[in-house]
Design a protein around this ligand. Structure first.
Ligand SMILES: Cc1ncc(COP(=O)(O)O)c(C=O)c1O
Length: 421
């Protein structure tokens, strides 16, 4: 189970509200088609050519106001669309495509201006003054900062927990605990969480479950099927796929969709039409890109594991990664983001390694077509766990370049590291 090809195993009944561009069932032209595999659904989901004069893709509606046929229609809010901020055929196409991919438990999707906006909106949709949150110690830095710096202003407190806690999260749940927040795997240190065990323990105590699933995308893991109530994607990463868009999505089950939609609406949040379109365009090639990220990522991670300079590889599909067994149990593939722990060398040697790379850019974010590498240190960021990996750490995003060229580039980097050590 180490290839994105295994995504095909995830064939399941689709939660499609209307048929895709090939099935065309709104008016019964062809009738419903059988449930398709996820690789097919990224291509077909959310499409409806009859609505757009037969063109494959929806137009990009640049819209604020729309005009109602009559005063009575306006007063009664009659009509499929109400106002640009609330939805257009372009946003509807991406939302319904994502709903299909998230699976039958998905009752609605909100599109937001960034992954971080998706995180804050999802949290604000569930908390009220006096509530307590349990957040994984591995959460993306600004998620943590939002909980520590913004939520206290609304009377919400946060405790951080060990990502490997599993069912024992039950012992941390207090009478005022409203929600538990997961990010799996951690996007720098890659601990894979036991989503089923945490969700069950939380639900047994009436606690809501949120998860940042950006690393896996719904093609490799569908959190709603595992008990998660609200799922976050930084669409900026793999859904966009080309490092040219900021996009966030939150997918909710039936219990939480109304609160999600209300929060998005009353905070006045929406995503611009061009960026929605880029998200939709990126989605169409997600399966084939992930397949390459997965294969090249593993090939390079295994190559790195053999290097004398490398102490440990933190890649969910490799046994050296905490929670690897959970990845094997739950995931249909691995994306291209992972880290290594180097044998101890001065930090200047790590910088020399990174500066010598020509195909790997040094920069934040990930999920685009290009390879990236950054140094990081999580010691100051952890409060519930202790980060002492045994050497300097580097995170890689393996892009769509030829893997052999990337390993040759890394060879150059290791030569520079040796020279500087
Ligand atoms: C795991 C994870 N979630 C969320 C985000 C935030 O996404 P955005 O940059 O679109 O705000 C990031 C960004 O790096 C991330 O790594």
């Amino acid at each position: 189970m180490t290839s994105a090809a295994t995504v095909g195993v995830m064939a399941e009944t689709s939660g499609a509200r209307r048929e895709d561009g090939n099935g065309m069932n709104d008016n019964g032209e062809k009738g419903p088609s059988p449930p398709h595999r996820a690789d097919t659904r990224v291509v077909t989901a959310g499409r409806h050519p009859p609505s757009y004069h037969g063109f494959i893709n929806p137009p990009v509606y640049h819209a604020s106001t729309l005009i109602y046929p009559s005063a009575e229609d306006y007063v009664a809010h009659r009509g499929r669309y109400q106002y640009g901020r609330v939805g257009t055929p372009t946003t509807e196409a991406l939302e319904s495509a994502l709903m299909e991919l998230e699976g039958p438990r998905c009752a609605g999707v909100a599109l937001l201006p960034s992954g971080l906006a998706a995180i804050s909106t999802a949290l604000l949709a569930v908390v009220k003054a006096g509530d307590h949150l349990l957040v994984t110690d591995t959460a993306y830095g600004p998620t943590r900062a939002f909980c520590e710096q913004i939520l206290p202003r609304f009377g919400v407190t946060t405790s951080f927990y060990d990502p490997m806690i599993g069912a024992e999260i039950a012992a941390l749940v207090r009478p005022d605990t409203r929600a538990v927040y997961l990010e799996s795997p951690g996007s720098l240190s890659f601990e894979v969480q036991d989503v089923d065990a945490i969700a069950k323990a939380a639900h047994d105590k009436g606690v809501i479950v949120l998860m940042d699933n950006t690393w896996a995308t719904p093609l490799f893991f569908r959190p709603l099927d595992h008990g998660v109530d609200l799922v976050i994607q930084a669409g900026t990463k793999y859904i966009g796929g080309h490092s040219d868009v900021m996009l966030g999505t939150v997918s909710a089950n039936a219990t939480h969709v109304a609160a999600l939609k209300q929060t998005t609406f009353l905070y006045g949040l929406c995503e611009g039409p061009d960026d929605v379109y880029l998200g939709l365009r990126g989605l169409r090639t997600l399966a084939v890109r992930l397949d390459r990220h997965c294969k090249s990522g593993l090939e390079i991670a295994r190559w790195l594991e053999q290097r004398p300079e490398v102490l440990r590889v933190l890649h969910p599909a490799m046994p050296s990664c905490p929670g690897h067994e959970l990845w094997r149990r739950d995931y249909a593939g691995a994306s291209g983001l992972f880290s290594i722990v180097l044998r101890p060398v001065p930090q200047q040697a790590v910088y020399a390694f990174l500066d010598a790379l020509t195909l790997f850019g040094i920069g934040p974010s990930w999920g685009g077509y290009e390879s990236l590498a950054i140094p990081f240190d999580l010691a100051p960021a952890r409060t519930a766990t202790h980060w002492a990996p045994g050497g300097p750490t580097v995170r890689f995003h393996i892009g769509l370049e030829a893997a052999a060229d990337l390993t040759a580039d890394l060879e150059r980097g290791f030569a520079a590291l040796a020279a500087a050590a």
